[in-house]
Write a protein of this length. Structure first.
Length: 365
């Protein structure tokens, strides 16, 4: 997908503070009083991986403005990797020139790799105020983390996911911009390549205040429970928000999708992974249980796919119905074929106080 202009990020003030901290560090001044651990300053052309490898829990690796070549693997809990805003750019290097960064992460095609284990999850990782672009697979990919925070990053034009997390708990993904990625802007899942033992309880992961544009899907949640997707700006993707479950138990769901702006997600995406082409989908639930979809602005999502529409209940590919879901207080307009689409008709789902014009079947507005 084409590259896009860097938008003004909501966290510009935080980035400015970060820059000030960096300048003070370079000049030898004391860091802010609330800082803990050591500060490792990395200049363009230097190795981020070398600084990360030498860091201890509680340390911060600070990137100055500039371009940094190569993938980075984080294996230390309590580490902060911070840039000076979108001008601190991590992009692929060249193994032949010795700039590929971490060999395993680079070979997998990712920009940042943050991998713990089920027995020893990485705790308290923070990634903030930097850009990640141009990687063959994911811009950021994390697995088995607890309490990971991703803030004020610009993740764009990567081949698959922008920001991806598997089997992780209590994440905070706030104030980022993820655009032009080949799959999802933000992708949260149990395990991508196997079904495992049903949906994982995230312990309250929050996805909030992000701008997600030009991806296949803005936010995809797969086989997870107990999280919120709230107050995000989701426009110009093929689909806005997808909550996906299957036949495993516990079911995907017990989560909230609330107060998001899901507008004109009308890019055309070709058929993929057994699904029809995708275009014009606002918020879609498939195989989901006990999901609350409330107070969203969902408009102008238009397409001719079986998944098209404003808020859509889509029959699961493995035959699992959407059950006990609540759709209430949403403003849905200008979506086609309808503002609310419920072709399953399960009586356990409720539709209340939605402001919309057309529903399938009639009577949902």
């Amino acid at each position: 997908m084409p590259r896009r202009r860097v938008h003004h990020l909501a966290a510009a003030t935080a980035a400015a503070t970060t820059s000030l901290t960096t300048v003070l560090a370079v000049l030898g001044a004391a860091p802010p009083a609330h800082a803990t651990g050591r500060l490792h300053v990395v200049l363009p052309g230097e190795s981020i991986q070398r600084a990360v490898d030498s860091a201890l829990p509680g340390d911060t690796v600070q990137l100055l403005p500039g371009t940094y070549l190569g993938s980075v693997r984080i294996t230390t809990s309590g580490l902060t990797l911070r840039g000076a805003g979108p001008s601190s750019v991590i992009t692929p290097g060249d193994a032949a020139l010795g700039t590929a960064g971490d060999p395993a992460c680079a070979a997998a095609g990712h920009g940042l790799c943050i991998f713990g284990t089920d027995q020893n999850p990485l705790r308290g990782i923070t990634i903030e105020a930097l850009a990640v672009t141009g990687f063959r697979k994911n811009g950021m990919t994390a697995s088995s983390t607890d309490g990971m925070a991703v803030r004020a990053t610009y993740v764009h034009d990567n081949g698959q996911q922008g920001i991806s997390q598997e089997r992780s708990t209590r994440a905070v993904i706030v104030g980022n911009e993820s655009t032009g990625n080949g799959q999802s802007g933000i992708f949260l899942a149990n395990v991508v390549d196997s079904k495992g033992n049903g949906a994982v309880d995230t312990g309250g992961t929050v996805v909030s205040g992000n701008r997600l544009t030009g991806n296949r899907i803005g936010v995809a949640v797969r086989r997870l429970r107990n999280l919120s997707v709230e107050q995000n700006d989701i426009q110009g993707n093929c689909g806005g928000v997808f909550v996906v479950g299957d036949e495993t138990v516990p079911r995907a769901g017990s989560l909230s999708v609330t107060r998001n702006r899901v507008i004109a997600n009308n890019q055309y995406c070709v058929p993929y992974a057994g699904l029809s082409h995708m275009q014009g989908t606002g918020i879609l639930l498939t195989g989901a249980d006990d999901v609350s979809v409330t107070q969203n602005e969902v408009r102008d999502n238009v397409g001719d796919s079986p998944m098209s529409g404003g808020i859509v209940f889509f029959h699961s590919l493995v035959g699992v119905a959407n059950t006990r879901n609540t759709v209430g207080g949403n403003h849905a307009s200008g979506n086609s074929p309808a503002d609310l689409v419920d072709n399953e008709g399960d009586s356990s789902n409720s539709f209340t106080l939605n402001h919309c014009s057309v529903s399938e079947p009639a009577g949902r507005c």
